[in-house]
Design a protein around this ligand. Structure first.
Ligand code: 6PG
Length: 235
């Protein structure tokens, strides 16, 4: 049986960024101590940006040997790497450039390629990797990474990465699949704001058939939900 998720509620979004940064550093350090390297997948979306910015500050970046961190992404929008919607670009600007991570440690999903090709390329990139930590966000509809409700990628059994067309966004994305998320050593969700509170209630109180929500299907060995008070408002 899966272990119960660890649920942490921060006072507000700023405290949440602080707590997520501290937890990320702790988990990465443990991985480096145990195996000499941390395989870390970052989340897209806007929620993690304050945590990335915090980790980039001189006093925070000195607490982790970033040369021993290999950085990946949970998903990517099918746009070039210099596009404002690129998850790679957002993490690069807010975190990866300031911490001066060696470019060879950065493994991006090539959103500029045709979607199926980008997914195959990334599948090769992560071959043999066990993620020590995957950071995820959650949308108001319960999606996570680019696993949206009702999309065929949720049924994918054999691939670790897949392309997915998201009808309501009329766009393609590339995402780690559920089996990849569930095989990570740790998954940490970071969720902020009142618009997410209903989905959080459904998933964490297992109400309303929440198991069907993509974020509710993420059940690795160690699962951490980092919330602010607004997101946790219905727990
Ligand atoms: C992405 C994501 C996605 C995101 C949620 C939450 O590429 O958009 O990885 O799953 O985490 O949509 O987004 P916000 O943090 O912007 O609310």
């Amino acid at each position: 049986m899966d272990a119960s998720p660890e649920i942490h509620t921060a006072f507000d979004a700023a405290d949440l960024a602080w707590d997520v940064s501290a937890a990320l550093i702790r988990i990465a350090q443990e991985a480096i101590q145990a195996r000499g390297v941390c395989h870390l997948a970052l989340s897209g979306g806007s929620t993690p940006i304050p945590a990335y910015a915090l980790l980039a500050l001189p006093e925070w970046r000195a607490r982790l040997d970033w040369s021993k961190v290999q950085v990946y992404w949970g998903d990517e929008r099918c746009v070039p790497p210099d596009h404002p919607q690129s998850n790679y670009l957002n993490a690069k600007t807010s975190l990866l450039d300031p911490v001066k991570i060696p470019p060879t440690n950065v493994h991006r999903i090539k959103g500029e390629l045709p979607p199926a090709e980008a997914a195959q390329d990334y599948e090769r990139e992560i071959a043999g990797i066990t993620f020590d930590l995957i950071l995820l966000g959650m949308g108001d509809d319960g999606h996570t990474a680019s696993l949206f409700p009702g999309t065929p990628i949720l049924l994918e059994q054999s691939r670790r990465v897949a392309e997915v067309y998201v009808p309501h966004l009329d766009s393609w994305r590339v995402s780690l699949t559920l089996s990849t998320l569930n095989s990570a050593r740790t998954v940490m969700f970071m969720v902020s704001g009142a618009t997410k509170a209903d989905r959080i209630q459904e998933i964490l109180k297992n109400e309303g058939g929440a198991n069907a929500l993509p974020a509710g299907l993420v059940r690795p060995t160690r699962l951490i939900w980092m919330l602010d008070r607004e997101a946790a408002g219905r727990l």
